[in-house]
Ligand binder design. Structure first.
Ligand code: CO
Length: 224
């Protein structure tokens, strides 16, 4: 046990030496601050490290990870990361990256009771299944069904992001960020672009639209 723990620290020393060899100013530059153009919302899975699989470095991607890359509207952790990324860092892109062979997706498709708070988290993935039940139930091959739920879950989490006042206000005021959905395949390393990019609320259901002009009308009516 101790050996594994020490290996991480010696790994860090080696990494620092390598980085310094490549660019002696690397850490000095990072210490000045960050301006990453991308917010990444991914799964906590150890096989899906945002920087490594996109060939990017420290300082290039702002990251939030949780089990099965969920966007849950009462998650103050996620909302704080989103607010900071959009309103302070001014990111241009927000990417939800799910992945095939996701334990969270598989668990949500099962009747397993893990006996803790995780069961409640998985319930939100089951809600995605219910939304697309007809399509998913029709897929007989369970691996393919699992893969499709991974993709549909990404789609729903992209829309969940777009439903937030944080994203809609940024669209209205700055015309950014663009919100994208990806699925990463841990079995070959390839990221599949789900070709879902949302740039404004024009294609959103009217139910979820939030607009400043509409708000002003409500306030004016109350004053009368
Ligand atoms: Co996962």
């Amino acid at each position: 046990m101790e050996k594994l723990y020490k290996k991480l620290l010696s790994g860090n020393k080696k990494w620092v030496a390598k980085k310094m060899e490549e660019d002696p100013t690397f850490f000095k530059k990072l210490a000045k601050g960050q301006q990453p153009p991308v917010l990444w919302i991914g799964c906590s899975d150890s096989r899906v490290p945002a920087n490594e699989i996109t060939g990017t470095m420290s300082g290039e991607i702002f990251v939030h990870r949780n089990i099965a890359n969920m966007v849950i509207h009462t998650d103050t952790n996620l909302l704080s990361v989103l607010d900071f990324a959009v309103n302070i860092l001014h990111v241009k892109h927000v990417i939800v990256c799910g992945h095939y062979h996701c334990g969270g997706i598989a668990a949500a498709m099962s009747k397993n009771n893990f006996g803790g708070i995780i069961d409640n988290w998985l319930r939100s993935i089951k809600d995605v299944y219910r939304l697309h039940q007809e399509e998913l139930d029709a897929i007989e091959d369970l691996d393919l069904r699992d893969r499709r739920l991974t993709e549909l879950n990404v789609v729903e989490q992209v829309y969940n992001l777009c439903k937030t006042s944080i994203i809609q206000s940024a669209w209205e005021e700055h015309g950014r960020p663009h919100v994208h959905g990806w699925a990463y395949d841990v079995s070959n390393g390839i990221i599949k672009d789900l070709n879902l990019t949302v740039r404004d609320n024009s294609e959103m259901s009217h139910i979820y639209k939030i607009e400043k002009a509409a708000t002003k009308k409500v306030v004016a009516k109350k004053k009368k």
